[in-house]
Design a protein. Structure first.
Lengths: 283, 246
């Protein structure tokens, strides 16, 4: 579809043909530039204030500036401390979220039954509302620094999110579409594969996504209390040694990593599996 | 050729005060190369009858049998709404209902997409199409399995007049060429008279009120005197049974 905008609305002939696409493209580019400039200026302002405050407002030992933190980050990388710590935390999170996903999904499925629904109702409400800190404290008290303490804390804080989403997905299964498939004699395997699972996928994904972001917080918290490895553990050690620069470095690295997972990894998964929604959104 | 045999078919929804009788003691034989239209007021059980015939619903009592030269017939169904899989492209929606997914099948699906003027939309998602286009995909899907018997539930009622007209022609040609059995629900008596050689009139409460044979040559044109007379006589039956009021 090509509309010659200028020549159609005015008498002046356009030097080049300006198509609708060109106009949209230019608008898109402008939008992108504005977005990035505002984003970068956000960083510049915060980092600038921080650098200034370090020394001017608080002593440099209490609040090391960003340049100092960057130096420490480089040192920590060189000492080979960063990857093992992240590896330890990440493996806890992955295992915890995985188990929570399985358990939460199973509960979501069996609560379709009226009896089980009553059975789990309050547990799910509590699971949804209670802050992760409670489970962190309890599991820390009960299990000390044994490996499944943090895992259990993750499961307890996130299973309800998964089961609520799964239950909602099952409750909204498209009966009309399933009936259609039955009328056309599509077999059960294909009906599940092409209707039930794609329908549930966004619900599962939402549950997984929230579990993951909560899983991070809970894991780092448990590590601060009990573990002998991981980001939380490093934070605790840095704090005990009064290495404020290291504390800030770990926190910053944590931010960077969380952003990376959210914006790159999860986004890529979403784009890959939910392309059909994008296509709809763009029309 | 498909043979449909319905005996004492009864269908109720709900119980107690909520009970709704959708079909009451329906007896019917339909079969061979026949185009049957079902007309009647809204809520008289037309969709329910198709749902039972296609196996989506089970009857409360009574029996039915659909056979194709001895074995179970393969049905196609065009629903009142398109019922596509939103996460599959148009072509994949057609392939979804096929027994095999060979290149030959794919070519056949393409042929029917072209028949409904959507030959270039195979790789679009349903959400990118208009409502009428989605409905046409639903029609292509039912045709693409080349069923022994085809159930159609007001397939053209959401389409513009011109598209509907050309699809009616296609449908008639396909029916004439392939010798299928077509059961076609419509609320448009003119459409029923134009397409079918048999018209079943249902009344509120799911009773089969009348069974009309339309014995005119095809193709029929609404402007033809005989067709107009046939239409008028079916409409008179409607008045007779007091169906227009409901
Ligand atoms: N799943 C259901 N549960 C309860 N009642 C139903 C159900 N399906 C249909 N009915 C009822 O059965 C009756 C017949 O419905 P049906 O959909 O067959 O009517 P119809 O003739 O197709 O109407 P329309 O022309 O409006 O499509 C209606 O009273 C309807 O309310
Ligand atoms: Mg209906």
């Amino acid at each position: 579809m090509i509309a010659v905008v200028t020549t159609m609305t005015t008498e002046v002939p356009a030097p080049d043909r300006v198509t609708q696409e060109d106009i949209e493209e230019a608008a898109r580019r402008k939008e992108l530039i504005i977005r990035w400039i505002s984003r970068i200026s956000g960083y510049v302002v915060v980092l600038g204030l921080w650098e200034w405050a370090s020394g001017a407002v608080l002593e440099e030992n209490l609040l090391p500036g960003p340049t100092r933190v960057l130096q420490t980050a480089v040192e920590l990388f060189q000492d080979g401390k960063v990857f093992p710590a992240f590896g330890a935390s990440l493996s806890r999170i992955l295992l915890g979220v995985f188990l929570s996903f399985i358990i939460g999904s199973m509960i979501g499925i069996i609560t379709q039954n009226r009896w089980f629904s009553g059975f789990f109702k309050d547990a799910i409400t509590i699971g949804l509302t209670s802050p992760g800190l409670i489970w962190v404290l309890i599991t820390a008290l009960v299990f000390g620094n044994r490996w499944f303490g943090p895992i259990l804390a993750i499961i307890l804080t996130t299973f309800a999110l998964v089961s609520v989403n799964v239950a909602e997905g099952i409750g909204s299964l498209p009966k009309d579409t399933l009936d259609m498939a039955r009328a056309f004699k599509v077999n059960l395997v294909d009906r599940n594969r092409h209707i039930v699972i794609p329908h549930l996928a966004p619900y599962l994904f939402t549950g997984l996504r929230f579990s993951f972001s909560i899983g991070w917080k809970v894991t780092v918290l448990t590590e601060i209390f009990t573990a002998s490895s991981g980001i939380g553990f490093e934070l605790r050690i840095a704090q005990i040694l009064f290495r404020q620069d290291e504390v800030l470095t770990w926190i910053l690295l944590f931010f960077v990593f969380a952003l990376f997972l959210e914006k790159v990894v999860l986004q890529a998964i979403e784009d890959r599996f939910f392309r059909w929604r994008k296509e709809i959104a763009s029309t | 050729m498909a043979e449909i045999k319905i005996r004492n078919l009864h269908k109720e929804f709900g119980t107690g005060a909520d009970k709704v009788v959708a079909l009451e003691d329906v007896n019917l034989d339909m079969g061979g190369h026949v185009f049957v239209s079902i007309v009647g007021p809204s809520g008289c059980g037309k969709s329910t009858l198709l749902n039972i015939l296609s196996g989506i619903e089970t009857p409360t009592s009574g029996s039915l049998e659909i056979t194709q030269s001895g074995h179970k017939a393969a049905p196609g169904y065009v629903f009142q709404a398109a019922r596509l899989l939103p996460w599959r492209t148009v072509m994949d929606n057609l392939l979804f209902v096929q027994q095999d997914k060979s290149d030959e099948t794919r070519a056949r699906c393409q042929k029917y997409l072209e028949m409904v003027q959507l030959g270039d939309k195979g790789d679009k998602f349903p959400g990118e199409l208009s409502g009428g286009m989605q409905q046409r995909v639903g029609i292509a899907r039912a045709f693409s399995i080349e069923p022994d018997v085809l159930f159609m539930d007001e397939p053209f009622s959401h389409l513009d007049a011109i598209t509907a007209r050309s699809l009616r022609r296609e449908l008639h040609t396909m029916w004439a060429d392939t010798g299928k059995t077509i059961i076609f629900v419509t609320h448009d008596v003119g459409e029923a008279v134009e397409l079918s050689n048999r018209i079943l009139v249902f009344a509120q409460g799911g009773r089969l009120e009348d069974d009309i044979t339309v014995d005119l040559d095809f193709p029929r044109d609404a402007a033809d005197e005989e067709v107009a007379i046939a239409k008028a006589s079916v409409l008179r039956k409607f008045e007779e049974f007091d169906l227009l009021a409901t």
